[in-house]
Design a protein around this ligand. Structure first.
Ligand SMILES: [Zn+2]
Length: 378
């Protein structure tokens, strides 16, 4: 019993020190001891282990303040690699990501028109290919899955687009790759990624809304992902917007996804188009019917954002996914609907912006899941 307490304390101290080094441009052992309250001996022991393993490097001397100059430390961001996988869009993409969230190598495979078995073997191939691309240690594999996930068991409850039901994907990947595997819903990993690599505001809370092939929200509360009881927190895509609207893939009618998902926008487009890129072009040249449709989708989305803000009072809202490609007008619609549809004191302090991570958000989010769980970095 005593030993496990000691082990816990040791891990806690190690993670504390690593976080301090990670979040400082450069820092000395003395400064770490001063800020953390740990003894200099403890700090030196922990730092020595990190240097031995290559995770931390000495970068030079701090300007002397009279005594012996202190050596400065940095995390070697390329000493370990993270694998991040995005299964959410029309192709499977993955990347090797360094500890700062920079993509080092990427690889994609087509995923459309494959059956559920073939989809699993493509995920294997994608990961195998990425692992072949590096000689550096890979500390884990993170996967953003479109659909309902149980992150603790790694079971995909339901991923409609991939035709997966009750699939033990975590176990399958663990057996095949013998490395730590982390899975979560694609919107939830996106929120964690934006929080970890794209948020410099110091806020502890963030809502990330992703409107692409599916529509959903990820919620970071007090620096932690909020999953909900069945890991379904943020499933805003199936909130009913139009009582007599179109039938949704969930079986209900008039869901937000029947209006604002990529597929809905293409299907409902008042002009003949084949791809999302065509639609984007029609919007940007100002086709009035297309503009009206996109604005309607943004209105519909903002209906759900009002509820999120009112219930959670989270001030930092970021938008990602295909809908964000239409640009500032979409943001303006959400902002003005918040102004008129939420308690003014709440609306005033809420900021709605584009996600900083762009189209790599699920890959980087999946990588941040590994970073958080394996190294305790936040
Ligand atoms: Zn639905």
């Amino acid at each position: 019993m005593k030993k496990s307490n000691q082990e816990e304390t040791r891990q806690h101290n190690s993670r504390l020190v690593l976080n301090m080094i990670y979040h400082s441009a450069e820092i000395s052992r003395v400064e770490i001891a001063r800020r953390s309250g740990l003894t200099r001996t403890t700090v030196s022991q922990i730092v020595a282990e990190f240097i031995d393993s290559g995770l931390v490097i000495e970068t030079g001397q701090a300007p002397s303040q009279g005594g012996k100059p202190a050596t400065l430390l940095q995390v070697d961001e390329n000493s370990r690699m993270l694998v991040g996988i995005d299964l959410a869009e029309s192709q499977f993409c993955g990347a090797l990501v360094n500890l700062r969230g920079e993509i080092v190598e990427r690889f994609c495979l087509p995923s459309e028109t494959v059956n559920s078995e073939e989809a699993i073997s493509r995920v294997y191939r994608l990961i195998e290919k990425l692992l072949e691309l590096t000689k550096r240690p890979v500390i884990g594999i993170g996967v953003g899955v479109p659909g309902l996930m149980d992150p603790s068991s790694g079971i995909v409850r339901q991923a409609v687009n991939l035709n997966w039901r009750e699939l033990p994907l975590g176990k399958l990947l663990q057996e095949r790759f013998q490395r730590p595997i982390y899975l979560a819903n694609d919107c939830q990993v996106s929120a964690l990624g934006e929080y970890t690599f794209g948020s410099a505001t110091g806020d502890q809370n963030l809502i990330l809304i992703k409107a692409g092939r599916g529509v959903g929200a990820g919620i970071v509360s007090n620096g932690q992902l909020f999953h909900g009881e069945n890991a379904g927190a943020g499933e805003i895509g199936h909130i009913k917007i139009e009582p007599n609207g179109e039938i949704c893939r969930c079986g209900n009618r008039g869901c937000l996804e029947t209006i604002a998902s990529t597929r809905a926008l293409i299907q409902n487009a008042p002009v003949t188009i084949d791809t999302f890129e065509d639609l984007l072009q029609a919007y940007h040249v100002g086709n009035p019917k297309v503009v009206a449709m996109v604005e309607y989708a943004a209105q519909a989305l903002s209906e759900t954002v009002k509820h999120l803000v009112s219930i959670l009072n989270i001030q930092q809202i970021r938008l990602a996914g295909n809908l964000s490609h239409f640009g500032n007008q979409v943001l303006e619609i959400i902002r003005s609907n918040l102004q008129s549809g939420v308690l003014p004191a709440l609306a005033e302090s809420t900021r709605v912006d584009m996600a900083i991570l762009g189209d790599d958000i699920v890959i980087l989010g999946a990588a941040s899941l590994v970073l958080k769980n394996e190294l305790g970095l936040l």
